[in-house]
Design a protein around this ligand. Structure first.
Ligand code: KE4
Length: 432
């Protein structure tokens, strides 16, 4: 039996102090472990596929700082590149060659992107793309999907996923009715409901925004034909199609979900991986649309630290590493082994479960499924997920602290790490 009572004295001390300093003791709600119970562990350092907490416990990490660490944490080549860049300063607030380099890499990789604007987070990328799609179409309404999360800007806090779903928050207070009155929602994977919204709001809908593979309601894959159907509907009604690939970009494939599924949106948002662990977001797409962004055009958006040399350096090196032949085959293989293994073990230990994976993104629900949308996801046994999460944590495996998040692997994860994780999962599920 693996030691299941890890020492967390220091984590508890640090987290207790944090509660007096920062709301909930965290810089982002989902980190507080509210939905899985127990106290969060306080990180001391990370490397490759591993975390060490302030009590010295080591964990195999499947959060990867929520996606950026696809090359493994603190990759030596990324760290070396950052040391070199540091010598030349941390922020310019002026054009730099590095922005050209990363912009060209993103444009070369992502089918929809002909021009790109760098920002500092996925939220900012989604805010920028929202203003742009409204300006380009001269329409105000948007369609988003229940359970999808596009950052915390007002217009998107409607039936959102991630931390909003995790904490079971109604649409957040402080968001004026007017800010969300133009946000329409539909169930994911339900083309009929989208068509009905277009019919009811003819000529008023600027566009449809979605996670092409959902990670913020737990892992939910698009049904066959769903993405293609949205492409057709948006063309038919003169609206734009926007893929929020903040999570899926460079993770589902080097060219994102749009490359994997062969559906090209008009605009795409990115984040996480393209910053390699430093703050970067981006939005990009058709040249005729992006040319409307200031100062080329009238659509205003700005940022002091946007495109800063450190973040650009980390992003450039990370994408270079991802270009290595065989990277995505490896990610697919180890993640499939993990996801299939977890389902098999759940079955063998008498638990009803479903889930899946695509490339380096996976999920598990304690429900018979299938989970095709947020309503299905909410039927899962989140209390059991909380016990599963705690059991895995106590045995050295760090999973996302919410049923409404996805899991992430990296190419630092070895076959042995996967086998160790599955052995621990068998131990935990046997005693759930
Ligand atoms: P950020 O502002 O957190 O960089 O990105 C917002 C965002 C936008 N779009 C998608 C598809 C996203 O997944 C995110 C952020 N993801 C969450 C995790 N599900 C970030 C973690 C957190 O909120 O602490």
């Amino acid at each position: 039996m693996v030691n299941t009572t890890i020492k967390t004295t220091k984590s508890q001390e640090v987290f207790a102090a944090a509660q007096n300093l920062m709301p909930g003791g965290v810089s982002s709600p989902v980190r507080a472990f509210k939905s899985v119970g127990g106290q969060p562990i306080v990180f001391d350092r990370v490397k490759g596929a591993y975390i060490w907490d302030v009590d010295g416990n080591q964990y195999i990490d499947y959060v990867g700082t929520w996606g950026p660490a696809i090359c493994g944490h603190a990759h030596p080549e990324v760290i070396a590149a950052l040391h070199e860049a540091l010598e030349k300063g941390t922020s310019f607030g002026a054009p730099s060659t590095l922005e050209n380099v990363l912009a060209e890499m993103v444009i070369d990789a992502v089918p929809s992107i002909e021009m790109v604007r760098f920002v500092n987070s996925g939220t900012e990328a989604c805010m920028g793309v929202l203003r742009l799609m409204r300006a380009f179409t001269n329409r105000e309404k948007i369609i988003k999907f229940e359970g999808c999360y596009h950052g915390h800007a007002d217009a998107f806090l409607v039936k959102a996923g991630s931390g909003v779903a995790t904490l079971g928050l109604p649409d957040s207070p402080g968001v004026p009715k007017l800010a969300t009155s133009t946000t329409l929602t539909a169930p994911y994977n339900d083309l009929e409901s989208v068509k009905a919204l277009f019919e009811e709001n003819r000529d008023e809908i600027a566009g449809v925004i979605l996670e092409p593979v959902v990670g913020n309601a737990g892992f939910i894959a698009p049904d066959a034909g769903f993405l293609e159907g949205l492409r057709e509907l948006t063309h038919e009604y003169g609206a734009l199609l926007v893929f929020d690939e903040v999570m899926t970009g460079f993770r589902i494939a080097y060219g994102g979900a749009q490359e994997k599924f062969g559906v090209t949106p008009d605009l795409t948002t990115l984040g996480k991986v393209i910053g390699g662990g430093l703050p970067v977001g981006a939005y990009g797409g058709r040249r005729d649309i992006m040319s409307m962004v200031a100062p080329a055009g009238p659509v205003y958006q700005a940022g002091t630290l946007s495109g800063n040399p450190l973040a650009m350096t980390a992003g450039i090196k990370t994408l270079e590493l991802l270009q290595k032949p065989g990277t995505y085959d490896y990610l697919e293989r180890i993640t499939k082994k993990l996801a299939d293994g977890l389902l098999q073990i759940a079955k063998e230990t008498g638990h009803v479960a479903c889930g899946g994976q695509i490339s380096a993104m996976f999920g598990l629900f304690f429900t018979s499924g299938p989970v095709n949308n947020y309503e299905d996801a909410k039927k899962s046994d989140t209390a059991k997920f909380g016990r599963f999460h705690r059991g895995m944590l106590e045995r050295g495996v760090y999973l996302a602290p919410s049923q409404f998040e996805a899991g992430f692997t990296s190419f630092a994860h070895t076959e042995e790490d996967i086998e160790q994780t599955l052995a621990v999962a068998r131990d935990v599920m046997s005693s759930l």
